[in-house]
Design a binder for this molecule. Structure first.
Ligand code: SAM
Length: 190
């Protein structure tokens, strides 16, 4: 799958980010995972291999057909559910809670996703937001390129919200393209 993604210029989570996510899922014994942005199913399958049931959302028709065929090929049909459509609309209609959420979709939309993800994340659950440093451009203006200004601003605003949220404790981890790891505080805390 890594080779297929490379040959077809499909952005997938970097291997070190995936290993990090696997460690988080295994160490917290997360069983119910929500992913925003399936692409070809590389990360969904990696997370399912950790023993979790994964619900993954994708809007691109070509990606949907590849992810469905990969899930079948690797026999994860029972463990991975693919939801088709724009994730912003799809999450609005999701109920219940998840132990772990992996946000890996259009970076400019991250701020809009957050209220929904907070609702869907259980107390003590983990949210990983990928590409948070966006090739270093979010960390420093020296690397920023002008045509990415809007995305950079949105990612900075998103990070600011994550880091100042009363509901989350967040660390920024400079792994892969940068990952923000947030844990949802218990609503019963003193
Ligand atoms: N998580 C995948 C992996 O590591 O294997 C890679 C996901 S790729 C970086 C981002 C994917 O999110 C693309 O396939 C894109 O079509 C999808 N996407 C972006 N914004 C979306 C949205 N609002 N709703 C649904 N899918 C979205």
């Amino acid at each position: 799958m890594e080779e297929y993604a490379k040959a077809n210029a499909i952005p997938i989570a970097q291997p070190e980010t995936m290993r990090f996510i696997e460690v988080l899922i295994k160490s917290t014994n997360a069983k119910k995972v929500l992913e925003i942005g399936s692409a070809i199913g590389y990360s969904a399958i990696s997370m399912a291999m950790c023993g979790a049931s994964v619900t993954t959302i994708e809007r691109d028709e070509n990606m949907l057909s590849v992810v469905r065929s990969n899930i079948k090929k690797y026999a994860f049909d029972k463990r991975i559910k693919v939801l088709a459509g724009d994730a912003l609309s799809v999450v609005e209609n999701l109920s219940g809670t998840f132990d772990f959420i992996f946000l890996d979709a259009a970076k400019g939309q991250y701020p809009e996703f957050l209220p929904h993800l907070l609702r869907l994340l259980k107390d003590g659950g983990i949210l990983v937001s990928d590409n948070i440093l966006y090739r270093g451009m979010v960390a420093t203006d020296e690397l920023a390129i002008r045509r990415k200004t809007t995305i950079i601003k949105r990612l900075r605003a998103y990070l600011d919200t994550l880091c100042h949220s009363d509901e989350l404790t967040t660390a920024i981890v400079p792994i892969g393209d940068g990952a923000a790891v947030s844990v949802k505080k218990s609503s019963n805390r003193q």
